[in-house]
Design a protein around this ligand. Structure first.
Ligand code: HEM
Length: 523
């Protein structure tokens, strides 16, 4: 009866396991290793406190959850590799980017930024792609968003803005009023909102989006010269987005659409790939362009940089276990390698601390010893702490300097001696938002959909936020202000009519209760 049916890879997973293992995979034991005796698997009418299997199973189950990430909690990911396709040695001596054809293994994780672990992935919020490259010179982590810009420059605002954009402490709901209020108070945020409310907002699965580490990274070549780059991961699947209405329909039947899409594509051998490119400026250009090229809230301007392809990222293996291979990953943007000194801006300096700290909290101080985070090579003077400690550097000296052949530092002649010092501005510049409205939204159709999405999001927003946001829209572009105002007026009129109609309709009385008894057949 089932012979002619084709099942999707995600539904087939257990069956595939069985086909790969025609016999049982072995004896069931307790976590101590003691084999499970068949009479212990039923505890009814037995002395339950004497049943070690019951205690072992229950206690382990009770402890299954660890704290979810404060942001980017919802998980999916895969293993893959990066392959160098171009000679970029004139920009960086980073080993992983040098040598056409060189392959570096990696683990990638995708996530919506605001959803809790069980949330939906077709949402109008920034999506994350985090990549951990296991290089010979340590792990390189690139954390990206699917918006090419970030919301603000000052790291102090991260917890504050994120509180406004996540669940309200009383209602436990995402609240559009606080979401837009923070944009009023910190208008650089509006630029990110614009990307999200445009056709770039909801992508048709992670595979079909570009991703951006955003910050301007410093790179060093073997002569000690520096270049400044913005990396871009460009999807080879073709960018594809969906509308709010389409997303709502899909979410109704599948909250894990993008997770499923990625898993099934990889199982079917349609390995998703991204081109890693970089937009490059020389040390001279970076200091002379007429805008701030380190400002994470704005794009670089056409004609001020060249674009160079580095290689391709390919995901070709689904993980065996989401908890150990993805949930336990600890991506940290300050995991950099020689030849990539990293971004010099203030936001990145903040991020250098936050990730290590939150991962100490979430995974423990030894998170880099968890298998999926373990670099190919590491010898440190760090010791002890909550497991895993692996071999804890065994009997090697645990202090430095020492006279007993403990690990030693090396000399990197190529490392740049100078460091660029930035002086960042706090002023808000509406130009990038105006450019977005007039140029990035390339057609009248797109602008129309953008206005529609804005209006839908603004309609529930209460005073005084709504008045203030409209004033800001006026400053960005009077046409934007006019069209959103017209849209809102129509939306309010529709709502008032719906409310009036609802008052005249009779209330809905339940026609049944849940049955809680069955007929007594003995009578
Ligand atoms: C001050 C600014 C920022 C702070 C304080 C911050 C903080 C955090 C924290 C606490 C996490 C959870 C980490 C974990 O539990 O393992 C996280 C995850 C993440 N962040 Fe940020 N973030 C900031 C800016 C950014 C920016 C600019 C980007 C992208 C360019 C970004 C991309 C991501 C991604 C992709 C993840 C998910 C990592 C994963 O898959 O595990 N963040 N961030």
């Amino acid at each position: 009866m089932y012979n002619n049916v084709t099942y999707t890879p995600d539904e087939r997973q257990l069956l595939d396991f069985k086909l790969e293992h025609p016999e049982t995979i072995g004896l069931w034991t307790k976590s101590s290793g003691e084999p499970t005796e068949v009479r212990d698997i039923l505890t009814i009418n037995s002395d339950q406190f004497n049943n070690q299997l019951l205690i072992d199973s229950m206690m382990n189950f009770n402890a299954e959850r660890i704290p979810e990430r404060v942001v980017h909690a919802k998980n999916t990911g895969a293993f893959g590799y990066f392959v160098v396709t171009n000679d970029v040695s004139k920009y960086t001596y980073a080993d992983l980017f040098n040598g056409i054809g060189k392959k570096t293994p990696l683990v990638a994780r995708f996530s919506p930024s605001l959803q809790n672990r069980g949330g939906s992935d077709l949402v109008r919020e920034a999506l994350g792609l985090a990549v951990k490259f296991y290089t010979k010179e340590g792990n390189l982590d690139l954390l990206c968003l699917h918006t090419p810009i970030f919301s603000f420059k000052d790291p102090l605002f991260f917890p504050l803005v994120l509180h406004a954009a996540t669940r309200n402490p009383q209602t436990n709901l995402f609240t559009l009023t606080s979401f837009w209020d923070i944009a009023v108070q910190k208008p650089s945020v509006i630029h990110v909102f614009f990307w999200l409310f445009s056709d770039y907002g909801i992508v048709d699965g992670y595979r079909k989006s570009d991703f951006f580490p955003i910050h301007t990274y410093e790179l060093a070549n073997k002569h000690g010269e520096t270049h400044y780059v913005r990396f871009n991961f460009r999807t080879e699947q073709g960018f594809s987005a969906i509308s709010s209405a389409e997303a709502a329909l899909i979410i109704g039947r599948d909250r894990d659409y993008s997770v499923r899409d990625l898993y099934n594509a990889i199982e079917r051998g349609h390995y998703p790939a991204w081109r890693l490119e970089m937009d490059v400026m020389t040390e001279h250009d970076i200091q002379t362009v007429e805008y701030d090229p380190f400002d994470v809230t704005r794009l670089w301007e056409n004609g001020t940089f060249t674009t160079v392809q580095i290689g391709r990222l390919i995901l070709n293996k689904n993980v065996d276990n989401v908890f150990s291979d993805i949930e336990l990953t600890a991506y940290n943007p300050s995991n950099l390698v020689p030849g990539i000194p990293g971004p010099p801006d203030g936001l990145f300096r903040g991020r250098r601390i936050f990730y290590r700290d939150t991962q100490n909290h979430r995974l423990g101080a030894n998170h880099n010893k968890i298998l999926v985070n373990k670099p190919l090579y590491a010898k440190t003077y760090n010791r002890d702490g909550k497991p895993p400690v692996l071999l804890n550097m065994r009997n090697a000296p645990n202090y430095y300097p020492n006279s007993f052949n403990g690990p030693v530092p090396y000399v990197d002649e190529k490392r740049p001696r100078k460091k660029l010092q930035l002086l960042e501005r706090n002023a808000v510049d509406f130009q990038p938002m105006s450019d977005f409205y007039n140029y990035i939204l390339e057609s009248e159709d797109h602008r129309g959909r953008f206005i529609q999405n804005l209006v839908a999001s603004l309609e529930p927003v209460t005073p005084p936020v709504i008045q203030k946001i409209l004033k800001l829209f006026y400053l960005i572009d009077p046409d934007l202000h006019k069209r959103v105002t017209v849209g809102l007026t129509a939306a309010y009129a529709r709502r008032a009519a719906e409310q009036a109609a609802a008052q005249t309709t009779s209330t809905n009385t339940p026609i049944r209760n849940f049955p809680t008894t069955v007929p007594n057949r003995r009578n």
